[in-house]
Design a protein around this ligand. Sequence first.
Ligand SMILES: [Zn+2]
Ligand SMILES: [Zn+2]
Length: 449
Amino acid sequence: MSSVYPTRTPDVGLKTPPITPQTNQQPFAMKAKLNGKADEVPADIDIPDNYVAYTLKTQKPLPPFDWRQWHKEINWISTALLASTPIIGLVGAYYTRLRWQTALFSVVYYFFTGLGITAGYHRLWAHRAYNASRPLQYILALAGAGACEGSIKWWSRGHRAHHRYTDTDLDPYNAHKGLYWSHVGWMLVKPRRKPGVADVSDLSKSSIVRWQHKHYVGLMLTMGFLVPTIIPWLLWNDARGGYVYAAVLRLVFVHHSTFCVNSLAHWLGEAPFDDKHTPRDHLITALVTIGEGYHNFHHQFPMDYRNAIKWYQYDPTKWFIWTMQKLRLASHLKVFPDNEVKKGQLTMQLKRLRQTQENLAWPQDSNDLPVVDWDSFQEQSTKRPLILISGFIHDVSDFLEEHPGGRHLLVKMIGKDATTAFFGGVYDHSNAAHNVSFSFIPCLAVPCR
Ligand SMILES: [Zn+2]
Ligand SMILES: [Zn+2]
């Protein structure tokens, strides 16, 4: 069953309300924490209306990266994981034969753990785009742990901040800081600033999310390394190949596939729904991210279970969720009303048309033209070639030789009203002719005779 939800996209990052110094800004969640279970109270319950502007103004970021203190600036855990896996994988692959069973399993395990992130972490938990049964939630929580990208709770908190404060310094992967920063840079060094507040209290109420968060390290090692080594070992006696290809190299691909959603999807492609921010739609991004490449649509309609809305666009994550629904493992797939989606598209199409229009030369507004009487028109026609069409006088001196019907037809109309001849009496002129006549030849208005 599909459900429709009326909503607007969270574009809080755009707001720059006036600073009100008297607002009690700092301990936003503190009051709430005193009243209930800390992590089940919305973290943003007390934030002021001018939260973004106030926070950016008052909370000073860490100073820029200092190379003299580099060892203190590095985020060692993620740097060690992200730097060691490609090295181990490439060296391992050089010395390890790739068996076809292991190759096939690595691809399958890539999609399994990748979907844990895209269908699980991203669309189910970060965006609540559909409901999943408990068995499916466990599968996705395990699969996502195998992608070694942090727990559901941590990941969703960052991602919700990314959507809420897109392209600002409160966005942890702010695309304005460059492709490299939004891809991996933000994980390699200590963040210059805390991500903006984002509520994940709904996730804290989920026993599966809590379970995964609590046992994350064990689950990550099991699903990321142990399982993809043990399965090839037990089934076709290839533990070493399993470790190198299905565990380590597969992890490198899953990592950079997901990271591309923050980098490539904010850099490459079109903005058919809104161009205020950096998210873009592109097939290449979709291909490398298991369907997360229609990111301009996604930032506009983040709770939609789809990223690609056309049936022929590549979005395996959408196909997976749809299949889970058919198997009764998922329900309440959210779809943004088609009418609203089309309105977004039309707004952008009109904007592009307006830009094209503004780049063309158009005639003066008729209200700005001088009014000339018939006698004056007759008199001026003796000095230069003037022709009257539909109440407007045109100087055709630059057009005499270029007139497709020949110079003689224009010459015989000088000082005369050529309206009837122009509109079909002699030839029913095309749109282009109308535009040429009315656009590029200086016009003078005359009153009706
Ligand atoms: Zn994004
Ligand atoms: Zn998202």
